[in-house]
Design a binder for this molecule. Structure first.
Ligand code: ADP
Ligand code: MG
Ligand code: MG
Length: 210
């Protein structure tokens, strides 16, 4: 069945933990170029805590799992990305009702997550932040559902769009976050938060494909 089960969300979040671990050095290297070099360790610490919290409390609904993950990130990650990802997951979790929501409801949850990031951080597409990966990912997910795709294909389309969005940040001048302190010197580097957002969507696609 093409629904968003609790197991799927738990597998998604576990996969994010794994991917963040695998890519921590790369994320830190990207953040060293235009920030303060802690994006990999910030997210690693955060998602280790998320996995521990989910194991401890074994949530019984997908919304509950996402809300707990969001709260955990907010309380364990000091950098900008903790509150931003934390608010996104919490907003998504609060939007996702019931035990087996439909893919359209996951779209509403992802949209609420993106809105939370944009409200909290004030970034718009083109500012060279995670919003540059998150926005096209949600748009691609929506377009795929409209075209009749199920959850696996829509999630794969979202991941492709997020990766493309992350690459699109390379020539941009940062206008939000620490990288904005560099002005035009931030050009020529991929935004670390956009790269981690692409990891999050690829993890969803892989969890949904199983
Ligand atoms: P910090 O910059 O506080 O050290 P991290 O290194 O963990 O935090 O995260 C940096 C990432 O957070 C950036 O690459 C960018 O994608 C994202 N970010 C920073 N500020 C904002 C903002 N105002 N809106 C959206 N994303 C932001
Ligand atoms: Mg940083
Ligand atoms: Mg920092």
């Amino acid at each position: 069945m093409d629904t968003v089960t609790t197991d799927l969300v738990l597998s998604w979040l576990r996969t994010v933990d794994e991917r963040v671990r695998e890519h921590a050095d790369e994320l830190t290297r990207l953040d060293s170029a235009i920030g303060d070099g802690d994006h990999g360790s910030n997210l690693h610490r955060g998602f280790v805590a998320v996995t521990a919290a989910l194991t401890r409390s074994s949530p019984s609904a997908p919304g509950e799992a996402l809300t707990l993950a969001g709260r955990t990130l907010i309380s364990t990650v000091g950098g900008a990305s903790g509150p931003l990802y934390g608010s996104a997951l919490r907003a998504a979790g609060k939007t996702l009702d019931g035990v087996e929501p439909m893919p359209g409801e996951l779209l509403q949850a992802l949209t609420a997550g993106l809105e939370a990031v944009r409200k909290l951080g004030g970034a718009v597409p083109g500012d060279k932040t995670m919003v540059d990966a998150f926005t096209p990912a949600v748009e691609a997910f929506a377009a795929a559902l409209r075209a009749g795709s199920g959850l696996p294909a829509a999630s794969a389309a979202a991941a492709d769009a997020a990766e493309k969005g992350a690459r699109s940040t390379i020539p941009l001048t940062a206008r939000k976050g620490r990288a904005s302190y560099l002005g035009e010197r931030s050009q020529g580097h991929e935004d670390p938060g956009a790269v981690s957002t692409a990891l999050v969507f690829r993890a969803l696609a892989d969890a949904a494909a199983d």
